[in-house]
Structures are given as C-alpha cells and as structure tokens.
Design a protein around this ligand. Structure first.
Ligand SMILES: *Cc1c(COP(=O)(O)O)cnc(C)c1O
Length: 365
C-alpha cells in the first residue's frame, strides 16, 4: 500500500530549526528583534504603507483589531456563519453582537446583498472572511461599508497572499487578521498578524498585546499578554520567504485538479480574484458527503469538512436563522489535499480516487 495522502502537513526544515536554535542561543527569547523583523518583512510583502503587529494567534489578531477600532457592547458586526468559530468568538469577546449573513455559492464568502439585508441602526462593522483562501467580494463590501459608514474588517487567517484586483487581502479595510497556526499556508507554530494602515490602531494594538505598556511598568491601558515570542517569529520569517513559491505550487496543484476531476463541482476563482487555495474544496451534490469522504479514505486519500456545522448552529450560539446557501455548503463541501508538498504521483492518485468514487456513486439521491 502506498502512503496515505494527508490533507495538511507542516513543513519544518533545516532553516526553521537553525533559526530557532540561534534565537535560543541568543538568550533573548520573548518579544524582541525577531518579532520586529517579522513585522517589517510581512508589511513589505502585503503593502508598503501598512503597519503589521504580530500577536500570539489569529484569534488574538481578530480580537485586538476589533477592540482597538472601538467595537464593543451595543455594536453589531455582520459576518458569515460559514467560517471557523474564532471569527464570531472574537466579536463576542470584544463585547459586540455577531449578525450572521449568508454566503455566495460560487466562492463560499459573504454575499454582499445578504450583508445589506442584515444591516440595522446598530451595525458598526462588516467582518469579511476569505474562506479557503478565496478573497471575499472586497469591492462590493467596501462600497457597502462606505455607503453606510461602517468599518470593514478582514479575517485573512486562510488567505496569505490572496488578492482582489491586484490588491492584497488585509489591506482593504480597517484591519486584517492573519493566522500562523500549523495547518495554515505558512506557520510560526502559533501566531497571528494584524495589518492596518491606521497609526492609531497600530499603536493601541501594540499596547493591548503587552499589558498596556509602551514603557515598562507605566501601563497606559488595561491590556493582555498576547505577545509573539522571538522563537515563533524566527520560524515565521523563514516560512514567509517560502510562501510565494508555496502559493504558486498550491495554485498549480489546484489547476491540475480542476482540469482532471470529473463528476464533482470544482472550486471557482472569481474574475479579478487571486485564490491561494488554503483548502481545495469541492461540492458533491447527489452524493452522501460523509460516505464520499469515507470512500476516499478507503483509497488512501484524506479529505476534510470545513465546516460541518455553521457557526450560528453551534451550541455556543444556538441561533435559528434561515441561511440556505450556508446550510447547503455545510452539507456538500469536501476539501481535498492541495498542499505544496504533494508529488505528481500523489496528485494523480487524488484524481483517480475522486473520479472513481464520483462514478461509483455514494448516492443520497
Ligand atoms: C485559523 C483561523 C482563525 C484563528 O486563527 P488561530 O491562529 O488558530 O487563532 C480565525 N479565522 C479563520 C477563518 C481561521 O481559519
């Protein structure tokens, strides 16, 4: 039997180990020069006039951007329900109210017309999620935010180097949040980054991540400890250098799958959008999705379901809403391996397995 083809596989090599070792030998382990260098290098990649603030997770990046922009109790933030719970959790922990809107079926991101329908006199912001690495409809969402005087936030946890009309995600709105969790397109083991062009937000997030201190023991605001360590930043810096080639390889792998898969609905890349395929997500209408995944597993191909339960129906939220495209996506979506470390032989095995299962049928009617 050939090896199983796993969905995600963190790539940590000699350069990462060397970078960690040199930080460990330096004696300065906590937030220091590596974090500052990582921030500078990330902004050089994203957009030149952008500030980047590194924190200890993508969730912290979301929470601190909301808090620093003044989102809090009484405010409503419109977001998709078809996302990872962290997006909504950050809004709740900022003290605001998440308002879930439906998605567009072709790219699984917020439907701008559903956002407009969800607006009330309490709406303060829109939180776009670039799910699977496909940018949300940023031109339309920016227009809505401008028309209604709202802030626009971007959850770019899955979308490093994705862009719309050539402009990077994370640079369109008030603030963008990236994650460096091990399964993301690049990792620092755990970590996150806020991107913003606002000097005031940058300054407040720098305070909030460090107990409210710019100067030691002169705490200006009540903050958190959400710092990134130099050990994590050293790994992130190496991975950031690898990211462009990895992204190109993900796109090439996706193109191969698009061209060769049959009998399933392959992902769309909307005109003007650059998809970075954090996940390569197909739909299997007419099939029992879970049985489809089990049949792939029996053929040595792993797959994943992101996400089987929309956030509004999770026990933590327990809302009864009518979000038909969200429900349909949750029951039909299936993510296939697309990681940059796949070999040509593995990609071909993914195609053979998916096409065989799609033809044999796992009928749900
Ligand atoms: C991973 C992820 C997050 C949270 O990032 P962490 O670094 O795990 O805290 C938030 N939103 C989305 C869409 C994610 O995929």
């Amino acid at each position: 039997m050939p090896d199983r083809i796993v969905l995600s596989q963190p790539f940590i090599e000699f350069e990462e180990r060397t970078a960690v070792d040199s930080v460990l030998r330096s004696g300065g382990l906590a937030q220091g020069p590596e974090v500052a260098a990582f921030e500078a290098e990330f902004s050089a990649v994203a957009a030149e006039d952008l500030s980047c603030v590194a924190v200890n997770s993508g969730t912290s990046a979301l929470l601190l951007s909301l808090l620093a922009a003044g989102i809090g109790p009484g405010d409503e933030v419109v977001l998709p329900s078809f996302t990872f719970a962290a997006t909504a959790n950050a809004i709740v922990r900022a003290g605001a109210t998440p308002v879930f809107a439906d998605i567009e079926p072709d790219h699984f991101c917020l439907d701008p017309s559903a956002v407009v329908a969800a607006l009330t006199h309490r709406t303060r912001a829109i939180m776009a999620v670039h799910l699977y690495g496909h940018p949300a409809n940023l031109p339309a969402l920016t227009a809505i935010a401008n028309t209604h005087g709202l802030l626009l936030f971007e959850d770019a946890a899955q979308a490093h180097l994705a862009s719309y009309h050539g402009r990077m995600v994370g640079t369109w709105g008030t603030a963008g949040s990236f994650s460096f969790y091990p399964t993301k397109n690049m990792t620092s083991v755990e970590g996150g980054m806020v991107t913003t062009s606002s000097a005031a937000i940058t300054q407040l997030i720098r305070l909030l991540r460090n107990q409210g201190m710019a100067e030691r023991y002169r705490n200006e605001v009540a903050g958190f400890n959400m710092r990134m360590s130099d050990v994590h930043a050293a790994i992130g810096r190496v991975q950031l250098r690898r990211l462009p080639a990895w992204t190109a390889q993900r796109r090439e792998n996706a193109h191969f799958l698009n061209t060769n898969l049959a009998g399933v609905v392959t992902p769309t890349e909307v005109a003007g959008a650059r998809h970075v395929y954090h996940q390569y997500t197909i739909r299997v209408p007419g099939h029992d999705r879970d049985r489809f995944g089990a049949e792939l597993a029996a053929r040595g191909v792993d797959s994943g379901v992101y996400y089987p339960i929309p956030v509004h129906r999770l026990p933590a939220y327990a809302l009864q809403l009518d979000l038909p495209e969200t429900e349909r996506a949750a029951s039909e979506c299936l993510s296939l391996p697309v990681r940059p470390t796949l070999t040509d032989a593995e990609l071909s095995r993914v195609v053979v397995a998916v096409n065989a299962v799609a033809t044999a049928g796992t009928g749900s009617g």
